[in-house]
Write a new protein. Structure first.
Length: 553
């Protein structure tokens, strides 16, 4: 064995070998360990021992995403010295490659005969990373069951042993309560709380980002917050879909712009989330100079909005990754190996993606499941080693669902780990590692000059005193900084007010601004769903042109 295993990895390794080989009671062994605890290296060590014992000849790894597959190939070679080929359906005869292979779960359906051939011709260990992808009722699950039925051993890995769709997973039994019912002797469990106490993961603090929205429904204001349902005026309650449009989280995901409807609003809800996360990241960089932040956005459009907003606030453009851009995995690798501050992602940096320097997560996703939540938190709790004394921070909208998820994670941690992080008293020189005074302009040992971070302050509207951007109230007069973010009905319905590709004269615009509120109000009160749908897609600037068309002979 070429690496020094952590205590839990060594215990899991020994328990797996005993269960699979010495006792031989079942060909499946389950490792349920917190994200970032080191399941990949533990599994590679188990594979290496089985190879040395002559128990297996080939290894197949199935992982969630292409970037995770790449990491598996690198770690497997590091531990075992064996090459692991990344395969897809285009590779054809996998058995003929005569090497260990890895693929994504999504590729299984196109690789059934080839994977089955490997398992039938060789004594094979199948490693299933994040096994919840293999639900029995899902296509992935049927593929996994058929392709690996002849595998000699199966090592099942998970840090989140639940599926968002509630379906059961291949190879593992469940009890009536929905919990995994695999034999205890064939399972190794390391909770997130245990991983934190043992120093394998960093503790996390959840920042519940408060916000109250005021939505203008053509002159009638409706208040929306994360903990109470919006109260609609009686005449608007019958408008189908309006209550849904006024959902707090939906509004939290709605981009807010200046009057030009192009420039991101720098004092809107998302901007205040970024300000808090940006300040926390700067603070963390005193202790970990290369610390980075991750923004998980609900859509490509919103991700691009957050990139623009973040660049305006910080002056540095973050790296953006999403599935519609060329070679997004290369951008993830680039971010991992630089000291760039922020990575903005749409469902690309989740389960298994290992970027140890991530410490701040701005969580604004499309998926509202506990599975997705825990996977996202797992991206920012990976430790950099025994000298890492940082905390991880998650900035999330303050509404009940996320708070329930966060509370369950917090309950796993010991009271000591749950305590909030202290403000750093010293900063670490990234060149030589020397502990320097927090206010030092340069390292006294190597002379490295610390970058000057611009102090971001905000004035109190009541007394004018300057306060830190993250302050909740004025230090001088006590005035609350809690903001009520204002949106129009169009914004709440995500229609915006930009007329793309339409050349409208100024007179038409002025006329439209006069008639739009009147017509829209009448249509909403009518309850006619077809007309309501039309106004949701028709920009205000077009109303005058529509009137002229309707009045034409």
């Amino acid at each position: 064995m070429k690496i020094k295993l952590r205590n839990w990895q060594r215990e899991a390794h020994n328990k797996a070998i005993d269960w699979l080989v010495a006792r031989g009671e079942d060909r499946h062994f389950l490792i349920n360990a917190a994200p970032g605890a080191g399941k990949t290296l533990a599994s590679c060590a188990i594979a290496e021992t089985l190879i040395q014992m002559g128990e297996i000849e080939r290894v197949i790894v199935i992982a969630p995403r292409a970037e995770v597959v790449n990491q598996w190939a690198d770690d497997f070679r590091f531990v075992t010295g064996r090459h692991m080929a990344k395969v897809t359906a285009a590779d054809g005869d996998i058995e003929g490659l005569s090497v260990d292979v890895c693929a994504t779960w999504a590729a299984i359906q196109d690789l059934l005969p080839e994977l089955q051939a490997v398992c039938r011709a060789n004594k094979t260990l199948v490693i299933c990373d994040e096994h919840h992808h293999a639900a029995v009722e899902a296509a992935w699950g049927r593929g996994a069951d058929g392709a690996f039925a002849d595998g000699r051993y199966v090592l099942v890995l998970t840090g989140t042993p639940i599926r968002s769709d509630g379906a059961e997973s291949v190879w593992l039994a469940y009890d009536d309560a929905g919990a995994i019912d695999h034999p205890e002797d064939g399972t190794y469990t390391l909770t997130y709380g245990e991983a934190v106490d043992l120093g394998y993961c960093r503790p996390v603090t959840f920042h519940r980002h408060e916000g109250k929205f005021t939505v203008d429904l053509d002159g009638q204001e409706v208040k929306v917050s994360g903990h109470e349902k919006a109260e609609l005026p009686p005449e608007l309650k019958r408008v189908h879909g309006l209550q849904k449009a006024l959902d707090f989280y939906r509004l939290a995901k709605t981009p807010q712009f200046e009057k030009d409807q192009v420039t991101p609003l720098q004092d809107g809800y998302q901007a205040t989330m970024i300000e808090w996360g940006s300040n926390k990241l700067s603070e963390l960089r005193h202790r970990m100079p290369e610390a980075g932040g991750l923004i998980i956005a609900p859509s490509i459009q919103m991700a691009e909005y957050m990139v623009d907003l973040l660049e305006r606030i910080e002056g540095e453009k973050p790296i953006l990754v999403h599935s519609q851009m060329p070679n997004p995995n290369a951008k993830i690798r680039a971010f991992r190996n630089t000291d760039k501050r922020w990575l903005v992602s749409v469902a690309m940096v989740s389960e298994g993606v290992d970027i140890k320097r991530l410490r701040v997560l701005l969580y604004l996703p499309n998926a509202l499941t506990e599975l997705a939540f825990r996977q996202a938190v797992g991206r920012v709790v990976r430790t950099m080693g025994t000298d890492d004394d940082t905390r991880a921070y998650v900035v999330m909208p303050s509404f009940q669902l996320f708070e329930d998820f966060a509370r369950r994670v917090e309950e796993e941690m010991s009271p000591a780990a749950r305590g909030g992080g202290d403000t750093p008293k010293h900063k670490v020189c990234k060149e030589c590692g020397h502990e320097c005074e927090l206010g030092a302009a340069a390292c006294p040992v190597c002379g490295h000059e610390f970058p000057k971070a611009p102090e971001r302050l905000k004035p109190c509207s009541a007394c004018g005193a300057l306060n830190p951007m993250t302050a909740k109230s004025c230090h001088a007069c006590g005035n609350s900084f809690e903001q009520a973010f204002k949106l129009t009905l169009d914004e709440a319905l995500r229609t915006g007010a930009i007329v793309r590709g339409i050349d409208i004269e100024e007179e038409e615009v002025q006329s439209a601004e006069e008639i739009a509120p009147i017509v829209r109000g009448r249509i909403l009160r009518s309850g006619d769903q077809r007309l309501v749908k039309i106004i949701q897609t028709l920009p205000d600037e077009s109303w005058a042109r529509l009137r002229s068309i309707l009045e034409a002979n």
